[in-house]
Design a protein around this ligand. Structure first.
Ligand code: MSP
Length: 645
């Protein structure tokens, strides 16, 4: 918890080369859940998110589709804002690094550091990895180059370029000792703590000054005082955390001081170096306090594989939303992804947890209790006044639950908090069943009311604690037992649970089913139906969206020795990477006719070997009356990688 009664949370800002995917949702969701937890406890909160729009990577993606970078990035912003709205991300401010305010503040920051001697001009000679937007050293690229391999970045496996250019440098070396001192005094700065060592190793190995400008590139914040340079994208992007709340802006000092330093900055493990070394050093140089904590999460893998555009297994959160709704997905991500590690995402697990945890355990508890009450003419449940020992045990257990959840939430181990809440849900379910209230309704009305009261009380605690994870559903649940969850600054709704339980009445109300089941049997039937499709002329839209159809431009077209039909094509799908696809269109097109043409391809077809080459998809074509293949092409050019809808 913070010292101040306010809490400032940030997400990384996302490169806008594509729409958000489940990884971006995950980073953002973590910050939203923390924000809501603090809000529940009466804190004033500010959640910042946004987009990282400059840099070579974005410029190249825009160029690949013949778009001017600003128009290109503009085209993705709605997708981000819509996704966040859909998933109930309650952000306070959405920053874009192309915002005029941000640009001015970054320039102000550079001037300040230049005046005090922390930035100087020199020359950079070395490697640059554009996909990572990182200056990398020899040890970070492959060492088999002598054997004819192209140099590539060991982290992202893509090719790197050698550059030699005049550049402005930030005097990072001057902060080496200060950083070490800081880490010694703040051992809890990085969560989880175990990640601190890797950061310390880098610092101890010796920090060199870093280039913070790029020459020969135009898409970036103009470097103040030198029209030949733009600001290096990370020096631009990291500062978003302070520019968004008023840094460097006259008249906004009070707002800035109200929020800075950040309480928790959420980031993925891949960008720890920037946040745990560069960013603290930048702040030290600016005379600003460091954030209280960096929360570093692992990566989501898809069916045990790395999610990647080239594997075609990138999950669009909007597809999940259409199938399952926002809150079950929020729940699943928080319950099943152990924040400190890489975790596997699978649709089968997601469906299983919706059915078993949400619909059966939680949804049915509410249903059974309200239906039974209504069936017996009970709409209001008053405090029985005298409680049995067993009832008090459950109520006491709910106070233990609150303590444990508080502990887990303070450590950001959401999966543990949820597992603990479910342990309690199971206890309440067991209590409810053991008392057979459907029999008590006829035989012992006092006992019957007590069972209902204990269940309502427990549901109140459960739904309040689950509110940061599933805000709308939990408000509906609370509404169905007559409780309005009203956030108020300085008012801790969690402590309130215990303070205000005695003498409480619950007014019951019918609500729509909270969670729909996704029965494995139903899923099996769906699959069987698809397999019977031979005689069935119709497919559903669900079947259609399973086929990943996308547009890409042919960049390489080679003959395949031993085949008079096949070409080996390399097709560029923009930010989804390049694919090698073998296609039997040699008799219909000369290879130079194909270069640069946009074609439509199936991307999630199982790769297969053809004459010694792996074909990673299929190009779509039809046969004309002369038996010649006619490729399917978009009527006008579209960004490479665009998915057919
Ligand atoms: N633009 C930089 C961040 C600048 S912050 C000043 C960047 N952008 S990113 O779009 O590539 O990644 C943003 C975040 O998404 C990172 O925290 C990254 O870890 C996260 N994820 C991207 N793919 C992911 C998964 N597959 N799983 C979980 N999160 C991952 O880096």
């Amino acid at each position: 918890m913070t010292k101040k009664n306010s809490c400032y949370l940030t997400t990384p800002i996302y490169y806008v080369t594509a729409k958000p995917h489940i990884g971006s949702l995950y980073s953002t969701l973590i910050a939203d859940v923390i924000k809501r937890w603090y809000a529940l406890r009466g804190y004033k909160t500010f959640l910042l998110t946004g987009t990282d729009e400059h840099g070579q990577k974005v410029a190249q993606a825009a160029a690949a589709v013949n778009m001017e970078p600003k128009r290109f990035v503009d085209s993705f912003i709605d997708a981000y804002k819509d996704a966040w709205r859909t998933f109930e991300i309650d952000y306070t401010y959405f920053i874009r690094t192309t915002d005029a305010d941000h640009i001015r503040s970054v320039q102000h920051w550079i001037k300040q550091l230049m005046d005090q001697g922390d930035i100087y001009k020199s020359e950079y000679e070395g490697w640059y990895c554009t996909p990572c937007e990182t200056f990398i050293n020899e040890t970070e690229i492959n060492d088999q180059r002598q054997e004819g391999q192209k140099p590539h970045c060991l982290s992202c496996k893509r090719s790197v370029e050698q550059i030699k250019e005049e550049a402005y440098f930030f005097r990072l070396s001057a902060y080496q000792q200060k950083l070490l001192d800081f880490y010694e005094q703040n051992p809890d700065f990085i969560v989880p703590k175990e990640r601190t060592q890797e950061v310390l190793n880098v610092i101890k190995s010796g920090l060199k000054d870093i280039s913070i400008s790029r020459k020969n590139i135009t898409w970036g914040i103009p470097f103040p005082g030198d029209g030949h340079h733009v600001t290096y994208v990370w020096a631009d992007a990291l500062n978003n955390y302070i520019t968004a709340i008023g840094y460097g802006k006259k008249g906004q000092e009070a707002q800035f001081n109200e929020w800075w330093p950040a309480t928790v900055q959420v980031l993925g493990k891949d960008i720890i170096r920037f946040h745990a070394i560069y960013w603290p050093a930048f702040l030290m140089a600016s005379g600003l306090a460091l954030p209280t904590q960096l929360l570093v999460h692992g990566w989501i893998q898809i069916d045990k594989q790395k999610m990647s555009k080239s594997l075609g297994n990138v999950i669009d959160p909007m597809d999940l939303y259409h199938q399952y709704g926002a809150e079950p997905v929020r729940y699943y991500l928080m319950r099943h992804m152990a924040i400190t590690q890489d975790s596997n995402f699978s649709i089968a697990d997601l469906e299983q947890s919706i059915t078993s945890d949400l619909a059966n355990d939680l949804g049915n508890l509410l249903n059974r209790m309200t239906s039974l009450a209504f069936k017996n003419g009970v709409e209001q449940i008053d405090d029985p006044g005298v409680w049995s020992d067993r009832a008090l045990e459950i109520i006491d257990e709910s106070w233990n639950l609150i303590e444990d959840v508080h502990e887990y939430m303070s450590e950001y181990t959401f999966h543990m908090a949820l597992a603990r809440i479910w342990k309690f849900i199971h206890q309440v379910n067991a209590y409810f069943h053991a008392h057979e209230p459907w029999k008590l309704a006829k035989s012992d009305s006092e006992k019957f009311i007590e069972v209902l009261a204990v269940t309502c009380h427990s549901l109140r605690v459960i739904a309040t604690l689950l509110w940061p994870i599933m805000p709308n559903k939990m408000e509906q649940l609370l509404d169905s037992i007559g409780i309005l969850l009203k956030l108020q600054e300085q008012h801790d709704l969690v402590s309130d649970l215990e303070l205000t339980w005695k003498g409480r009445s619950f007014m019951l109300k019918k609500i729509a089913t909270l969670f729909e089941k996704h029965e494995p049997q139903e899923i099996k039937e769906k699959i069987e139906k698809v397999e019977e499709v031979d005689q069935e002329p119709f497919i559903s839209i669900d079947d259609l969206v399973k086929v990943h159809l996308a547009v890409g431009a042919v960049v390489v077209c080679d003959e395949v020795s031993g085949s008079d039909k096949l070409y080996r094509l390399e097709i560029d799908f923009g930010d989804q990477g390049k694919r090698q696809i073998l296609s039997g269109i040699k008799k219909s097109y000369a290879s130079d006719e194909l270069i640069g043409k946009q074609v439509v391809c199936v991307l999630n077809l199982k790769p297969r070997m053809m004459l010694g080459f792996e074909s990673q998809g299929m190009v779509l074509a039809v046969q004309d009356g002369n038996g010649k293949a006619q490729l399917l092409m978009p009527f006008a050019s579209v960004p490479n990688g665009s998915r057919l809808k």
